[in-house]
Design a protein around this ligand. Structure first.
Ligand code: SF4
Length: 227
């Protein structure tokens, strides 16, 4: 049985073929987030409104799928706010799963620890905006140096990772996207994803997969993808 770990998990997706490169994965959603992005689709998780799933259930769930899946994606909310995230990752790895972490990059020390202790296999980090627009896009006042430290950490360690930006024309211009491309640089993957409408943010999004595909063609030396 899983040792009791104090991690607030609000949801599970049993099976995904697209969220963890080269793995069939279950997705685990932690509750709570220190950002308030207008296009967020996980507001019940961000505001901790879901009833947490018991550890027994998570254990049983993963045990039953051990032969089908080989990875677990930990997403949120913001997983790095959970103090027992390292213990949870260690437990998953002891069960034989590869672990992918999705993060907004606000906790560089947690990322450093997870990398140094080999507790995760892949990290996807959001870059929400160019540095000068972070407050506008995340609706929070946050020390930008911490996000910059996380970006540097991932770039300098060479840890397997990707960067991601959700794009909405009400928040980011093509000039902003260009700045983000340069923040990530030529050696790392940056995925652009079109923000989908939510019940709380209905402003029309002028970005489409097609115009983003056109945009990335201007940067042939960079690793860019549209999802
Ligand atoms: S960082 Fe992610 S989970 Fe948090 S508010 Fe933004 S989109 Fe939602």
């Amino acid at each position: 049985m899983m040792k009791e770990i104090n991690l607030n998990i609000g949801g599970l997706t049993p099976f995904s073929t697209i969220d963890f490169p080269n793995h069939l994965a279950t997705i685990v959603y932690t509750q709570g987030c220190n950002f308030r992005c207008p296009y967020c689709h996980n507001l019940p998780l961000v505001d901790c409104l879901e009833i947490p799933i018991s550890y027994e259930k998570i254990y049983e769930f993963l045990q039953a799928r051990k032969r089908i899946i080989d990875g677990v994606v930990i997403t949120g909310g913001e997983p790095t706010l959970q103090k027992e995230l390292p213990a949870f990752c260690a437990w998953l790895r002891n069960m034989g799963f590869a672990v992918k972490l999705d993060t907004n990059g606000t906790k560089p020390l947690m990322l450093k620890l997870l990398i140094e202790k080999h507790l995760v296999d892949y990290i996807a980090m959001d870059i929400k905006a160019p540095w000068d627009k972070y407050q506008i896009v995340t609706h929070t006042s946050f020390p930008i140096e911490l996000i910059q430290q996380s970006v540097s950490l991932l770039k300098e360690t060479g840890f397997p990772c990707e960067f991601r930006t959700t794009v909405h024309s009400g928040l980011l211009t093509f000039r902003d996207l260009e700045k983000i491309v340069h923040i990530v640089g030529q050696n790392h993957l940056l995925c652009l994803q079109v923000a989908r409408p939510t019940p709380f943010y209905k402003e029309k999004n002028e970005y489409t997969k097609e115009n983003l595909e056109g945009f990335i063609k201007k940067f042939p030396k960079y690793k860019l993808e549209v999802r």
